[in-house]
Design a protein around this ligand. Structure first.
Ligand code: SF4
Length: 391
């Protein structure tokens, strides 16, 4: 495979090009960059790339100076040519329950949210990553759905979310048994199957056992139901599958998850039944957000059970987390438990997700909206002062 990297950054002629960041690249991409920049010969590139990979992906280094098995002059040449810098943390919030949320700024106006949720499923913790900035879909219960798509995140930017979280949690130096961040879920901003190449590349990087080493079986990709991409997702990534279902009739799902108009429920379920590796050991998770008076009746619980009959599945019942201006309310506890009892009695595991981080801006996309509002008001203040704008 030939890998070429465009090292000529699109910058004004007068300013120096931004150095290429190696921290989230594949080994092959690092080797190609080393050769292209003439930091080392093509004979040496593979070995050097492996060394850099180990220091960045296994030890979490953000500086070439600490790479003790690389000669000093080469480290200096690497520092002159490349960077390993993390993206900027625009905002960090920590809930009393240990949930941590970061708004990560990759470039001006390119911000995405990442959330660490501790103690999910018996002592481990999950990192919820974003795959896009904004979203093209308009699921009506989702705050990110109110934000226009800015662009897909690159694999390096998705990997950087994991690296930022591991820095913050102090995870680079702990043994595998002491890790808190053990699982990754693509349930942040964006539709991962509209950015499948970068999602697949991210899985290759984070699951590498010489690096961050999070097994593919501990990575879940959640989709609104992009039917034509489901098989490809399974074949390319081996990831666990989660589906944003939320309704049992096309009439209601057309409203809650409008992509349903293109890929209705029956078509979606056929594609799920064909998902590579689907079995009792590798069940699909159906997410079902509990919306008061909308989708939470006992009749809907019974219809759900009927719909999913024969599919190795788990059903996550999610109490709705309202956001300012959201058109829905959360179902009552009694209603959610009654729904869960029906689904459970039919043999499906149906855990009720414990609301997390309710004391912070926990609804996906809220932190980004807040940051944009603050930037806009800072801009207005600058406009009013008549001073040149720096934002
Ligand atoms: S639920 Fe997912 S796919 Fe739907 S609008 Fe929100 S981010 Fe996009």
């Amino acid at each position: 495979m030939t890998i070429t990297l465009d090292l000529s950054r699109a910058t004004p002629a007068a300013s120096a090009p931004a150095p290429l960041n190696l921290a989230g690249l594949t080994r092959a991409e690092i080797a190609a960059a080393l050769v292209e920049s003439r930091v080392c010969s093509s004979n040496q590139a593979k070995m050097r790339a492996n060394q850099i990979w180990g220091w960045t992906q296994h030890h979490g280094l953000t500086d070439f100076a600490g790479m003790s098995n690389i000669a000093k002059e080469t480290r200096a040449a690497l520092s002159d040519t490349f960077t390993l810098a993390r993206p900027q943390i625009a905002e960090r919030q920590e809930s009393v329950d240990g949930t941590v949320k970061w708004l990560i700024r990759f470039a001006p106006g390119i911000e995405a949210e990442t959330v660490f949720i501790p103690d999910v499923g018996g002592g481990s913790g999950a990192l919820c990553v974003s795959s896009q900035v904004g979203c093209t879909l308009n699921c009506t219960f989702c705050h990110t759905g109110t934000q226009a798509l800015v662009r897909n995140l690159t694999a390096a930017e998705i990997v950087a979310q994991v690296q930022v979280a591991r820095d913050d949690l102090g995870e680079w130096r702990v043994g595998p048994g002491e890790r808190r961040l053990t699982n990754i879920v693509f349930m942040g901003m964006g539709e991962p199957l509209y950015n499948l190449d970068n999602v697949a590349k991210t899985l290759d990087i984070v699951s590498d056992d010489q690096g961050i080493a999070i097994s593919r079986r501990r990575v879940t990709v959640s989709t609104s139901g992009v039917v034509p991409k489901l098989t490809e997702l399974g074949e390319r990534t081996g990831a666990m599958l989660a589906i944003s279902l939320h309704a049992v009739t096309d009439e209601l799902r057309d409203v809650l998850v409008p992509i349903n108009k293109a890929y209705p429920i029956a078509e979606l379920l056929d594609a799920i039944r064909a998902y590579p590796g689907l079995s009792n050991a590798k069940r699909v998770t159906f997410e079902y957000v509990m919306l008061k008076g909308v989708n939470d009746s006992p009749a809907e619980a019974r219809a759900l059970v009927k719909l999913l009959a024969g599919i190795p599945a788990k059903i996550n019942l999610i109490p709705f987390n309202p956001w300012p201006g959201s058109p829905y309310e959360c179902s009552s506890g009694n209603r959610i438990h009654a729904f869960a009892d029906i689904v459970n009695a039919a043999g499906f595991a149906s855990p009720i997700r414990t609301p997390r981080g309710r004391d912070i801006l926990a609804a996906c996309g809220q932190l980004k909206s807040e940051s944009e509002k603050q930037r806009a008001s800072a801009r207005r203040r600058l406009d009013a002062s008549g001073e040149p704008q720096a934002i």
